[in-house]
Design a protein around this ligand. Structure first.
Ligand SMILES: NC(=O)c1ccc[n+]([C@@H]2O[C@H](COP(=O)([O-])OP(=O)(O)OC[C@H]3O[C@@H](n4cnc5c(N)ncnc54)[C@H](OP(=O)(O)O)[C@@H]3O)[C@@H](O)[C@H]2O)c1
Length: 255
């Protein structure tokens, strides 16, 4: 991946951070966004640059304001001369998901709409801007992170689960229309992965032991478990693969 560039949203923690490191290790330059943790972002930039000898940059972005992507890309264009891969990964939590994260009878339009903005709208705006740049170099690969919470009942997860189903459908539409530009669009759907997002679940311990029980591999997913599929989808090994969702769930969806 030397000389290629990745832009990913939410690169400071969990799955996004693991992806930043995995691509940098393969020699790709990495640009990532963060929400609030400037210091953490700067530390990651310095660390991957010194470890892997690539160029890294971080940009502030609030995915609840997807139009901010335009400013991010403006700054990106000043730092990098090409974009090969875009991964829509960041997700909101805490106060922003109140009314969206909870049992069905407590769901409220505001919380649900916030999750839609962060999941679907942010993917659309980020991918549109990515496609404009990829078209100039003859193609690229776009990925949305998704989760098996849209396939398997997960307590309190209705808001996220329905919006992950929506973004997977949006991925198929984008794939259908961007293929002629040489751009492939896919989703990577993870089963429960041990990150801050999952640790924020009120029933985290219960979810964790249930995942370990259900998985034939008898363990919880780790952030690094989703990086291989992203590398594959950005390589020529997947050159006829578009409009799909790859499920990486430790076998939990079938159990
Ligand atoms: N964990 C799971 O079980 C699991 C399973 C399958 C798929 N996924 C998906 O994988 C993706 C990453 O999940 P994760 O578990 O790694 O999440 P996480 O650990 O909670 O990390 C979230 C990332 O998003 C950023 N972020 C938070 N609020 C934001 C906002 N308002 N605007 C912009 N960025 C914001 C954070 O930046 P700061 O550090 O600056 O706050 C952080 O980099 C999500 O799409 C998630 O749905 C997760």
């Amino acid at each position: 991946m030397q000389g290629k560039t990745l832009l990913i949203s939410g690169g400071t923690r969990g799955i996004g951070k693991a992806i930043v490191y995995a691509f940098a290790e393969q020699g790709a330059n990495v640009a990532f966004t963060y929400n609030s943790k400037d210091e953490v972002a700067n530390e990651i930039v310095a660390d991957v640059e010194s470890k892997y000898g690539i160029k890294a940059r971080a940009y502030k972005l609030n995915i609840l304001e997807p139009e901010e992507y335009k400013e991010v890309y403006k700054a990106f264009d000043e730092d990098f001369d090409r974009l090969d891969y875009f991964i829509s990964n960041a997700i909101i939590s805490g106060r922003a998901v109140v009314g969206g994260f909870g049992p069905f009878m407590r769901l409220k339009p505001k919380g649900l709409n916030n999750i839609y903005i962060a999941t679907v709208d942010a993917f659309v705006v980020g991918a549109q801007e990515a496609a404009k740049r990829m078209e100039k170099i003859g193609g690229g690969s776009i990925i949305s992170m998704s989760s098996t919470g849209n396939l398997v009942y997960t307590p309190n997860y209705a808001g996220h689960g329905t919006n992950k189903a929506a973004v997977e459908a949006m991925v198929r539409y984008a794939a259908a229309e961007l293929g002629e530009k040489g751009i492939r669009v896919n989703a990577v759907s993870g089963g429960p992965i041990d990150t801050d997002a999952l640790r924020a679940f009120p029933n985290y311990e219960e979810v964790k032991s249930e995942v370990v029980r259900r998985s034939p591999l008898s363990r919880m997913g780790e952030a690094q478990d989703l990086t291989g599929a992203c590398l594959f989808l950005c390589s020529n090994a997947s050159s006829w693969l578009t409009g799909q969702t790859i499920v990486i769930d430790g076998g939990t969806t079938f159990q």
